[in-house]
Design a protein around this ligand. Structure first.
Ligand code: SAH
Length: 325
């Protein structure tokens, strides 16, 4: 192999398996390209998610919609070690999710640098949100809410159906002046949309420090001040000591995690606690067949379904208290 070549490992996945493979690739091959002084080699780069098969309006086409997760390795012993770790990890994941074998091929280094960018174009979501990669010059309509994003390693480009479902729900349920909490903010996308819809204050949390950094940078990129009362990003999950504070809470995390957050499995605070009386909780990251499990967890806090949206195999749910009008 030539020095400007990389090994690309690609695997086509669907539904929840995509999240698990992204996590595996990021874990085995995460971070920036790091020089390994012992071997004089570099490795890293994380996972690249490519979804294709959308129509002109950005809706997935049944039978054509596909997600491929890729990662890129430098050639050499370190790259081969990482490749073996990935293959082992995929072997374990295959016990949980049916998946094809990964496909490895040699590509030019610039393919890696631009792979995900090529598929990431300005995208209209909901009625008037125009999500735009930071490096594009979009053409907004007068009423558009323009949101510029450089997701980096964090989740939340808007390419994923679960993000799009949440953005559409935010347009429906966020009123100017609402206090808004975003648990699992990733790139900050939902918090930025909420801030542009007039929510104040906006709080965003994520357990992943890379997400916290990306969310802060993206807020600034969109002209939003990182100031108390306006926009705040913290590493963590559900904030403690904020009982009844937020009119709208969004959490786009997998169904099992949402149930854990309702049941207090990970924290002493539950997802229902910071919700204001009559507040709306937007839940996403839920495969259709797991929606009942999430709704039962919400019902244990007196929250009932008031809206359901679908895209591909995913649903988003809005729940609020039984006695809210
Ligand atoms: N809100 C973004 C990103 C969703 S991805 C969007 O809608 O596109 C889910 C995010 O939740 C990831 O960034 C992950 O790091 C974070 N996360 C996972 N478990 C969490 C937990 N228990 N508490 C807070 N964040 C969590």
């Amino acid at each position: 192999m030539k020095p400007d070549e990389l090994v690309e490992i690609a695997i086509e996945v669907d539904g929840e398996a995509a999240e698990a493979v992204v996590e595996l690739f990021n874990r085995c091959n995460g971070g920036d390209w790091v020089e390994d002084s012992a071997e004089g080699e570099a490795s890293g780069g994380g996972a690249v998610l490519e979804s294709t098969g959308y129509d002109d309006l950005g809706n997935p086409v049944a039978g054509e919609y596909r997600t491929v997760v890729k990662t890129y390795l430098k050639p050499g012993p370190r790259g081969r070690r990482i490749q073996r770790k990935i293959e082992e990890g995929l072997w374990h994941l295959r016990l949980l999710y049916p998946m094809p074998e990964p496909v490895a091929r040699v590509v030019k280094e610039e393919d890696w640098a631009h792979a995900w960018k090529r598929h990431y174009k300005p995208m209209r979501i909901g009625r008037r949100v125009l999500l735009t990669p930071a490096w594009e010059k979009p053409d907004p309509l007068p009423n558009d809410l323009l949101v510029r994003l450089e997701p980096g390693m964090a989740f939340g480009t808007g390419l994923h159906p679960t993000t799009r479902l949440c953005v559409a729900a935010l347009e429906e349920w966020v009123q100017p002046g609402d206090a808004f909490l975003d648990v699992g903010t990733g790139s900050g996308v939902l918090s930025i949309v909420a801030a542009k819809l007039g929510a104040r204050p906006v709080w965003a949390t994520d357990i992943d420090p890379l997400a916290v950094r990306a969310a802060k940078e993206n807020a600034l990129r969109n002209g939003i001040a990182l100031a108390p009362g306006i926009f705040r990003v913290e590493q963590g999950s559900i904030p403690a000591g904020q009982t009844g504070r937020f009119n709208v809470i969004a959490a786009n995390i997998l169904a099992e995690v949402l149930v854990g957050l309702f049941d207090g499995t990970f924290e002493t605070v539950t997802l229902a606690e910071p919700l204001a009386p009559g507040g709306r909780l937007i839940l996403s990251g839920i495969l259709e067949e797991k929606s009942e499990m999430v709704l039962s967890a919400a019902a244990r806090h007196g929250l009932k379904e008031v809206e359901r949206r679908r895209e591909a195999d995913w649903v988003s749910l809005v729940v609020r208290s039984e006695d809210a009008g």
